[in-house]
Structure formats: structure tokens, C-alpha cells
Design a protein around this ligand. Structure first.
Ligand code: SAH
Length: 269
């Protein structure tokens, strides 16, 4: 799935007009499925975990597409150097602006100019924290380009020049952007129509309503001397909904005062 310069995006669908009954019977994926383009020194890290389970099946079915842009061939000289020592001194190496610029230009070829339709992001601990709301926005775009850093990071000039938005997976430092990219793609792709079997499950789960999810139980009805809250076995759906709502509120209040404050203000994240 590596490309340098890029091949056609993996998972792209051909449009084959047909009025056969099977086409009318089930929803068809869009002619051009949602695309993730990843600029990375480690294209072999993809699809990684995204190749498994629901995201993997959807990828194989062309419901979304993945293209890696290997940074190495854009490097300088015989050794295709992509990095150099930090200006001003200090430890480690920084990815070069000229090398990244060529890779970004290649990645953006054919992508919509409007960043709402196609976000261009650098995975970075300095970035805006990634949220469910961002996953939702990205899932409504046509695709996303992600730049995975390594070493000490990337030359600031290329971020400024290309107006790259920095997005963080959380307040910790990873070795590279690849794991962060996979986490964000996973969260985004599962919101695409037809990727999860049960679309309702994305509406009820944590964050979608601004609250953390209520506890879940399944069989056996008694395990290790522990039962399931009787209301869940009552068959009374109004009661069950009320119980779940109360639990969600109590858990959010106890664990995430920030989310609770936003929710009670009527401004869920
Ligand atoms: N020196 C940098 C960290 C570099 S870590 C700093 O202190 O900000 C190397 C690469 O890993 C980064 O370029 C970035 O792409 C990725 N990375 C590290 N932590 C990350 C996080 N929390 N979220 C997203 N990407 C991260």
C-alpha cells in the first residue's frame, strides 16, 4: 500500500452504473470512498491494526481507502536523507522542510483545497487534543492527509507554509506519529456510514451525547456470585433508559468533571 510517487489510492471504487435489483436493494458505498493519506517513514506500519476486524473488512470492501506516502524517496542525495540536526543545537534530529514539502505536495494532489473537505494534519503532542467531535468532522470530509513525525519532530516552516493543523493523541510523547494516526483513523472510519454493523451504537456510546457510557453487562446472569442490575432484566425499556442515563451522569460526574461541566452547561464537547 506504499506509493512513491503515489499510485492510485487503495480502496477507490469504480463507478459502474447499473439498475440491477441488488443495487437498489442495499445501500451502495459512495463512488469515491473516504480516503486517508499518510506521510510516513514507516509505510509498512499500515494498515496495521486498521487491517483487522470492522475497519479491516470495510477497507477490503472499499468503504474507505488508505494510501501511504513513503517519505524516504523524497530525501536528499544518494542516502535519501530526510532529517538533520536541530538549528540552535540540542539532541536528536529534525525532519527537513524541503523533503516534507515535496511529500506534502504529492499527498495533496487531487485533494480538495478546502481544509474542511480534506484536513491536513501533523500528529504532534503540541497539537489540539483529538476528540470525538473531530472524528465526527473528519468522517464528514472526503478524506484526510496525516503527517507522521519521527525523532524530534519537523521543521516549523513547512507547518506554517502548508497551514498544517497540529493534532495530539494525548498528553504523552510517542516515538512517532504512526500509532496516533491509526488511532485517529480508527475513531473516524467507524463513524462512516456502513462501517459499523449497528449505526445506533455510535450514537449511544461515550462522548456522543457528551457523557461517558453507562456500565454494560452480558451473560451469564450470575457470575462469581455477582448478578446483573435487575432493571436490565426487567424488559421495561423506559426504566432501562432511565437507569442508563442516571449511570452515565453519575460516572461522568465522578470521573470527568470537565465533561460534566460542559454537559450541564449544555455545551457537550
Ligand atoms: N520533540 C517533540 C516530540 C517528538 S516525538 C516534542 O517534544 O513535542 C516524535 C513524533 O511522534 C512527533 O513528531 C509526532 O509526530 C509523534 N508524536 C509523539 N507524541 C504524540 C502525541 N501525543 N500525539 C500525536 N503524535 C505524537
Amino acid at each position: 500500500m506504499s506509493a512513491s510517487p503515489p499510485r492510485r489510492a487503495a480502496g477507490r471504487l469504480a463507478v459502474t452504473p447499473s439498475l440491477a435489483p441488488r443495487d437498489l436493494a442495499r445501500p451502495r458505498p459512495p463512488a469515491m470512498a473516504w480516503q486517508a493519506r499518510i506521510i510516513t517513514l514507516f509505510p509498512e506500519a499500515f494498515p496495521g491494526i486498521l487491517g483487522l476486524s470492522l475497519t479491516g473488512r470495510a477497507l477490503k470492501e472499499g468503504r474507505w481507502g488508505l494510501e501511504t506516502i513513503d517519505l524516504r524517496p523524497f530525501g536528499i542525495g544518494k542516502h535519501r536523507n530526510v532529517d538533520d540536526t536541530p538549528a540552535g543545537g540540542g539532541a536528536g534530529m529534525v525532519l527537513r522542510a524541503d523533503v516534507l514539502d515535496r511529500a506534502i505536495d504529492t499527498a495533496q494532489r487531487g485533494a480538495p483545497e478546502d481544509r474542511k473537505d480534506w484536513p491536513l494534519v501533523y500528529l504532534s503532542p503540541r497539537g489540539r487534543p483529538f476528540t470525538q467531535a473531530m472524528a465526527r468532522d473528519w468522517s464528514r470530509a472526503k478524506g484526510v492527509t496525516m503527517l507522521c513525525g519521527r525523532f524530534e519532530g519537523v521543521d516549523q516552516r513547512v507547518l506554517d507554509h502548508h497551514r498544517v493543523a497540529e493534532v495530539s493523541l494525548g498528553d504523552f510523547v510517542l516515538t512517532g506519529g504512526e500509532l496516533a494516526a491509526q488511532a485517529m483513523i480508527d475513531a473516524t472510519v467507524r463513524l462512516l456510514p456502513d462501517v459499523l454493523g449497528n449505526a445506533a451504537s455510535t450514537e449511544e456510546e461515550s462522548f456522543s451525547a457528551g457523557l461517558l457510557e453507562h456500565p454494560q453487562y452480558t451473560k451469564p446472569a450470575e457470575w462469581n456470585g455477582l448478578g446483573i442490575p435487575p432493571v436490565l432484566l426487567s424488559g421495561n425499556h423506559a426504566e432501562i433508559d432511565r437507569w442508563r442515563q442516571e449511570q452515565a451522569e453519575a460516572i461522568t460526574r465522578a470521573r470527568r468533571p470537565d465533561l460534566w461541566a460542559a454537559w450541564t452547561d449544555g455545551k457537550p464537547n
